[in-house]
Every structure is written in C-alpha cells, then in structure tokens.
Design a protein around this ligand. Structure first.
Ligand code: HAM
Length: 419
C-alpha cells in the first residue's frame, strides 16, 4: 500500500532534533520571565472575519494565503496565519483592558499560510511572539526591539541587522497615499491584478508585493518616512535615541512597510546574513489602531514575532551549540525470569527518585540488552540476576570509561541521584 506522507510545506520535528527546539523554548521562557511577559495560549482557528478585519483584506496573507473553510454549521473559519489578531481578540473578550496596564503577553504558536514552500518558508510554521497593550511611549518600542535582539544574541546568533522604519499614522498615511497613487498612476497597467485592485483602497500594499514587476516599480516610489507627520516624526526620533541608550545598532530601512495592515509608526525587522532569500527572522511594530478596529476602545499596542524554523536554520548555519539529546542515566539489564520482576520494581524506584532509567521490554538476551544500552547511550548500566538479588549488591558500570564498582541497590540509587 502507498505510504501517506506529510503535506508539502509541513514538517515533523523528530525525537533526534527536538532537543534543539526545547533549547530555544527554554531561552524564550527565560527572557520573557526577565522582561515580565505572561504566556497566553490562543486557538488555532478563529472566525475568518477576525483576520480579514485585523490583518487587513488587501494583504497577501488575507487575499492569497489563508487556510479558510466552512465548518458544518456554515461558519467561515480560518487557521491562524499569525498571532496578533487572536491575542487582541482574547484581550478584548476577557476584559484585559481592565487589568494593570501595560498588559504584556507572549505566545509560542503554530501558524498556517498557503505560501509557496521554499527554504525558510513553510505552510505550517512556528512563531514566538509578544504583544504589549496600553503604552504608546517610544521607550517601549525600543525595549521590545532590544528584547528581540537580546534573545537572538543570547541564542548565539551574530550576523544580525536590526532594520527600523516608521510608516506613520492614518493621518499622515492619507496624504502619502495620494502622493503614492500619483506616482503609481502612469505604471497602473503594468501592475499585477492584485495590485490593480489595491490601487484605490490601499496603495501602500503595492510596495510589499512579491511580484518582480510591482517591486521594481515600487523602488522609485516616494519614501513614506519623508512624508510622516510631526507627531510620528517625533516618536521616531525618540525611538532612535532610546535605541542608542539600549546600545542597539540599527539601520533605517525605508523600504520596510510590513505585510500586515495594522501597523502604525514604528515597524522593524531583524534580518540575518546566514539565511538565504527568507532572511527575516523577526518582524514587528506598533499597531495603535488595531484594538479599536476589532471593537475595543482606543488602546495602543506593539509587538513582534520570530519565525522559529528560520531561527533554528540561522543557529545551525552559525554552528551554535544547542545541547544534546537527553540520555538515560542507567540501563538496568535483567538476567533470568526472577530478575525481571525485581528489575521492574527497582526501575520504578529509580524513576520515582528522579533518575532516568531504561530497561528491557522484549525478553532479549543479555547480549542484546547490552547492545541496546550502548545504542541509546546510557551513562551507566547494571546487570541484575539471581545472585545480585540474593546478595543485595550489583556491579554498576560506567559506560563511558568501562569502570565498574560493586554497590548495594540503595548506594546505586544515591550515586545516580547525586550526579
Ligand atoms: P510576520 O512578519 O508576518 O509578522 O511574521 C513574523 C515572522 O514569522 C517572520 O519574520 C518569519 O520569521 C516568520 N514567518 C512568516 N511567514 C513564514 C513562513 N511561511 N514560513 C516560515 N516562517 C515564516 C507577524 O506575523 C506579526 N503578527 C508580527 C507582530 C506581532 N507584529 C506585531 N506583533
């Protein structure tokens, strides 16, 4: 019969490599603890309308990339393409606006986007993200960028560039959009069909189009950063000053517009030279209008998300040490029928004491059991037969050095416990 494989753009994280993910997850937990973020866990699917309104119905994500389906009740549902919209929904639904503000949340989630798979681009991928609600001061923008950069550097990455930009607020964007339309108008016929449909409603999206022709046209477009209002400009100046206080090297990259509609003022992306075409490890920014857009009272917000597959790719490319797969402290081999019962009890006792212990479940010969102990890389082994049970002592073998010592079962337990 034909084997069923995983879908294109999805991948298994196998037992041999899961330790790398656990290493990254531990570092994330550690930094979120220090920066005082609480974890939130949100559903993998939501009403489609949440993303259409939140992410924006002229974005590539909503127009082309969402996994949308009708459930049996005829409701249109969508697998989350990102975390921000769901977190804002939850923030409002659970009245978190009444909690002590700012509310600082983080999440580690799977996301789903129907994009063309390539290196660093998946259809199911993982993100670590943070969102902060209730504060508009640029010092928070700087702190968030600095936290993302610190995490990446604590994970051992070196070849990183922090790109920042400001895309203004709806007020300054309106005037800019008019200017942009004027620039784009002579090229209208050359634009892709999607961008033609964006021309009136949201021309900024054209600057983020993946089509080569649209990108080329966008290269000489008026620069948004040169056209932001005074308030947004002051915010950006303060952000730069704060980043200097944090000691973060950055470059101003006026071509960053981000692919999602909710951003206002600060946007940023952290890129790595160690990655190929998909070089953005982390992207984020401020979204002061999103909470209101989704039905709440005006509440500023800001956040970022890192793609964990890309992060891991970077770490592998830079040969970062991520620990090793976990190994058993001891393999307990049984010799004979009686011994098997004794081993069951002894192994249980070891495990209850916090020692990681492995045993035979397949009635293997002693030779085969020892071969298995070697294969799984157990640190110690012991062989228990009638004689050992009678004397209450057995020989504990260090599998690395080959040295053995005669110990009672309690001594053995204590020795392994104190390692
Ligand atoms: P985003 O830029 O769409 O932003 O995604 C964030 C990161 O997720 C990217 O920089 C990339 O590392 C990773 N990523 C995106 N798409 C894929 C893919 N198809 N395969 C692998 N990795 C991918 C957001 O999602 C916003 N919600 C970030 C944010 C949070 N802004 C404010 N708060």
């Amino acid at each position: 019969m034909k084997l069923i494989t995983a879908l294109k753009g999805t991948h298994d994280i196998l037992p041999e490599e899961v330790y790398k993910w656990q290493y990254i997850e531990e570092k994330i937990k550690n930094i979120t603890e220090r920066y005082r973020y609480s974890e939130i866990r949100i559903p993998a699917f939501e009403y489609t309308e949440l993303f259409a309104r939140g992410v924006g119905d002229t974005t590539d994500v909503v127009q082309k990339e969402m996994y949308t389906f009708d459930d049996k009740g005829g409701r249109s549902l969508t697998l989350r393409p990102e975390g921000t919209a769901g977190v804002v929904r939850s923030f409002l639904e659970h009245g978190m606006f009444s909690d002590a503000l700012p509310k600082k949340l983080y999440y580690m989630i799977t996301c789903y986007r129907n994009e063309k798979p390539q290196a660093g681009r998946y259809r199911e991928f993982r993100q670590f993200g943070v969102e902060v609600f209730g504060a508009e001061d640029p010092s928070l923008d700087a702190e968030i960028i600095s936290m993302a950069a610190s995490l990446l550097s604590e994970l051992g990455l070196k070849n990183l560039v922090v790109n920042i930009n400001s895309i203004g607020c709806p007020k300054c964007r309106k005037a800019y959009n008019d200017k942009l339309r004027e620039y784009l108008r002579p090229h209208y016929d050359e634009l892709c069909d999607t961008c033609k449909s964006r021309f009136e409603k949201n021309p900024l999206r054209i600057l983020d189009c993946k089509s080569e022709i649209c990108r080329k046209i966008g290269e000489n477009a008026p620069v948004l950063l040169d056209n932001i209002c005074e308030e947004c400009s002051e915010h950006f100046e303060k952000l730069k000053k704060e980043l200097e206080i944090f000691g973060i090297n950055y470059v101003i990259n006026t071509s960053i517009v981000r692919g999602l509609d909710y951003y206002t003022k600060t946007v940023f992306e952290i890129t790595s030279d160690s990655l190929g075409a998909q070089s953005t490890v982390c992207g984020g920014g401020r979204y002061d209008g999103l909470v209101e857009e989704l039905g709440g009272s005006p509440t500023p917000g800001i956040g970022f998300a890192m793609g964990l597959e890309r992060l891991l790719m970077c770490m592998e490319a830079e040969n970062v040490y991520m620990g090793e797969p976990s190994k058993a402290d001891i393999y307990v081999a049984a010799l004979g029928e009686n011994a098997s019962d004794f081993v069951s009890g002894f192994v249980k006792k070891l495990r209850d004491e916090g020692i990681s212990a492995e045993r035979d479940y397949m009635s293997r010969s002693l030779k085969a059991q020892m071969k298995y102990a070697n294969k799984i890389g157990a640190r110690y082994s012991v062989v228990i037969g009638d004689n050992e049970i009678e004397t209450g002592k057995a020989s504990l073998k260090n599998m690395e050095t080959g040295e053995s010592e005669e110990l009672t079962f309690d001594e053995m337990k204590d020795k392994l416990k104190n390692r």
